[in-house]
Design a protein around this ligand. Structure first.
Ligand code: AOF
Ligand code: ZN
Length: 378
């Protein structure tokens, strides 16, 4: 059972970020024959508004097994479907998957966790019970609340959970630090702190979000591209630059983002004059009065998840304001003694939850959440 859940998780992860505001969901179909379980296919939800993972998996299974589209799958044997999330039970942009499963005469449904969307949460039970379908929710049966598979199922939809629970986009903070907590030298001479392997992982992370956010200083000193380059991709995230003063910012053409990625770049500002200056340059702007307004305006632009990449002022402000939901801190085995600190001018009392440590070449990564968003133990 675990093996198939893992395949479904891996498949879903490929599309994490692309499905928002829907969750990333993966499904596997197996056939039970002569006491054996045979893998048939895997599928994943790709985009909100399009078919759900279960429907795609059923369609694929029929194709593989040469079953006519109109015939129920269950007519051709005993099938089982594994899903990373409870199948939906209401009509949204697409019809309910629980009904589809029943119409297809699939007799067994295994899923990892209950849906967190109140509209669908535990709604599949009545359909499955009425239709005599055997259902198994892993979350209900697993004794160890620190179970790895369970945590993976939650992590897969951490963005979806935050959007639903807090009505805000999901914000991840990513920083590369020295062991003594610096993110750069005073003169910005140290462009890369961590190894190439860590940077590749950052590019994988970039693939899972809708946008990357930086502050004015990062724009000026790094002149970043904010694209995915070290890993294969057919997708590029949008760029967001938070600017509340124009100090040291002169010729816009100097900056890659304004020159080469103008259409994909949006300025976030609380200053009306700054809004006008950028609009005059044909650069998109979100003007906001408070963070709730910012969240709603980001949603309007279909930006549901954001990777915050710097610098110090932005990190400090976002953490102080409780905007950050998750952190990825890459530590390199280096000491600078002085420089630009990771955080400055704030007092926090935070302990990361659901922490994971990973060694990457010479660096190590600390990954954790700032909020208790999962129903598993910290
Ligand atoms: C599933 N399988 O692959 C996904 C599910 O508007 P709709 O019809 O796309 O429905 C969106 C809701 O369906 C979403 O909020 C979540 O509760 C559930 N997502 N469910 O059975 C899937 N993506
Ligand atoms: Zn569904």
């Amino acid at each position: 059972m675990k093996k198939y859940f893992q395949i479904a998780l891996k498949e879903a992860l490929k599309y994490k970020g692309r499905t928002l505001p829907n969750p990333a969901v993966g499904a596997v179909i197996t056939k039970l024959e002569n006491g054996k379980e045979i893998f048939i296919c895997k599928e994943a939800h790709k985009k909100a508004g399009e078919k759900h993972a279960e429907v795609l998996a059923i369609e694929k299974a029929k194709k593989i097994l040469n079953i006519p589209k109109k015939e129920p799958l269950g007519k051709y044997g005993n099938f089982r479907i594994y899903v990373t999330l409870e199948p939906c039970s209401t009509y949204g942009k697409t019809p309910p998957c629980a009904l589809k499963i029943s119409k297809e005469k699939i007799k067994e449904v295994y899923f990892l966790i209950w849906d967190v969307n109140p509209k669908n949460r535990k709604g599949s039970i009545s359909i499955f019970e009425k239709e005599n379908i055997k259902y198994f929710c892993y979350e209900e049966y697993v004794k160890n609340k620190k179970d790895k598979l369970l945590l993976e199922a939650y992590k897969l939809i951490d963005d979806f959970i935050v959007i639903n629970k807090f009505n805000k986009p999901f914000f991840i903070l990513k920083a590369a630090l020295t062991l003594d907590g610096y993110i750069a030298k005073k003169d910005f001479s140290s462009k890369w702190i961590t190894s190439l392997e860590s940077r590749k992982l950052v590019h994988k992370l970039r693939k899972t979000v809708n946008a990357i956010l930086i502050g004015k200083n990062t724009l000026i000193y790094d002149n970043p591209k904010l694209t995915i380059r070290h890993v294969k991709t057919d997708y590029q995230p949008k760029a967001l630059i938070m600017i509340n003063s124009l100090k040291n910012l002169d010729n816009f053409e100097k900056y890659y983002l304004f020159r080469e990625r103008k259409k994909e770049t949006t300025i976030l500002t609380q200053n009306k004059e700054i809004e006008k200056i950028f609009l005059d340059q044909n650069i998109d702007v979100i003007f906001y009065k408070n963070k709730n307004e910012l969240y709603q305006k980001l949603f309007e632009k279909q930006i549901y998840s954001i990777l915050v990449e710097g610098g110090s002022k932005i990190f400090s402000y976002f953490l102080k304001e409780g905007i950050i939901d998750k952190v990825f801190l890459f530590y390199a085995p280096k000491l600078f003694g002085s420089g630009i600190k990771f955080l400055e001018g704030i007092t926090l009392n935070e302990k990361l939850k659901y922490v994971n440590y990973k060694k990457i070449k010479e660096d190590f990564l600390v990954e954790g959440y700032l909020k208790e968003i999962f129903e598993v133990e910290k």
